[in-house]
Design a protein around this ligand. Structure first.
Ligand code: MLT
Length: 331
């Protein structure tokens, strides 16, 4: 009997094609059909594929007793109750590689837009003005870029920064100094990076350890006039404290792609903060990244369900061996 693979968020065609070509799979798309359709579809499903829109809560998992894998087309799993999935013995697969370049490029798209005042200048031109004075910017060359998180994306950001002639310093609790050194990045403590960076950019995973990392106290350690870029996760930053730091002029600007919660509430103080450039979580929104991620996650689902290959699982360590065995494909 075919196994149902539910695709709950938009997945690029390359990924859907891979899933549809597996004879053992019956692919059901519930994108845009509402929560009831999703609940009905997952009742007997073996796999649930999501991006960041669908929240995979314990309650949703309760409605999917036959689920053998949850697949996240992307890197972050903060829209998935990982603890509950692990407790139920369900491997959570991710596609970590495909987004990195787009996220790193978006970091610089935001940074350059902020420092050269592009959105504000474009708006003024649209309004019929031709005034260059308010739009004097700053260069990247010669500035110190502080990268928090030297994983796939942080590493690319560091390289691009070096290409712009920036000095790159970084903090990452899990990266050996030799790795940073090989990249030409000086690995420092968090406080040293906060104190030393002209531009601070976040590329950390959201965990209990990193939630609220940049609170009022840590923001106060930043250089006066420093600029913050966040394309990682909104909850890494205390947004009220950030808005206050922008309003007081302690920070010179912020370019943010991610928020807590999303969508960004209408009454968020960030909407009114000065020199604050906001985009709606566009880091991975390129044709190339979506195609890569869709293919990567579809292959991971196929390999997990058909071959029992769980290499793409992020919660393997937490899964009891017996549970994993129970999720192996039947002979
Ligand atoms: C990710 O976690 O993969 C990125 O933030 C992109 C996304 O959530 O869609």
């Amino acid at each position: 009997m075919a196994e149902t693979v539910v695709v709950a968020d938009r997945l690029a065609p390359g990924g859907l094609k891979i899933l549809r070509e597996v004879p053992e799979f019956d692919v059901v798309e519930t994108v845009g059909k509402g929560p009831e359709a999703l609940r009905a579809a997952i009742a007997g499903a073996a796999a649930l594929v999501v991006r960041s829109e669908t929240k995979v809560t314990a309650e949703l998992l309760e409605a999917a007793p036959n689920l053998r894998v949850i697949a996240r087309a992307g890197v972050g799993t903060d829209n998935i109750d990982l603890e509950d999935a692990t407790r139920r013995g369900i491997p959570v697969l991710t596609a970590p590689g495909g987004n990195s370049t787009s996220a790193a490029e978006h970091t610089f798209a935001l940074l350059l837009s902020l420092l050269r005042r592009i959105p504000w200048a474009a708006r003024a031109l649209e309004e019929g003005k031709w005034d260059r004075k308010p739009f004097e910017g700053t260069e990247l060359r010669g500035k110190t870029l502080g990268v928090l998180g030297l994983g796939r994306i942080g590493t690319q950001v560091a390289r691009i920064g070096q290409g712009f002639g920036m000095t790159v310093i970084g903090f990452d609790a899990y990266v050996p100094a030799a790795h940073a050194q090989a990249m030409g990045v000086e690995l420092l403590s968090l406080k040293e990076v906060l104190r030393g960076a002209d531009i601070l950019t976040l590329h950390l995973t959201l965990t209990d350890e990193t939630r609220g990392l940049l609170d009022a106290e840590r923001l106060s350690l930043c250089r006066k006039g420093a600029v913050l870029v966040n394309t990682a996760r909104g909850a890494l930053v205390d947004e009220k404290a950030l808005a206050a730091a922008l309003n007081s002029g302690h920070l010179g600007g912020a370019a943010l792609d991610v928020f807590e919660p999303e969508p960004l509430p209408m009454d968020s103080p960030l909407r009114k903060a000065p020199n604050c450039l906001l985009t709606p979580h566009l880091g991975a929104s390129t044709r190339e990244a979506q195609q890569r991620v869709a293919v990567e996650i579809a292959e991971a689902v196929r390999d997990a369900l058909v071959k029992g290959d769980l290499r793409a699982a992020v919660n393997l360590r937490g899964l009891a061996a017996a549970h994993v065995a129970a999720h192996r494909p039947k002979d």
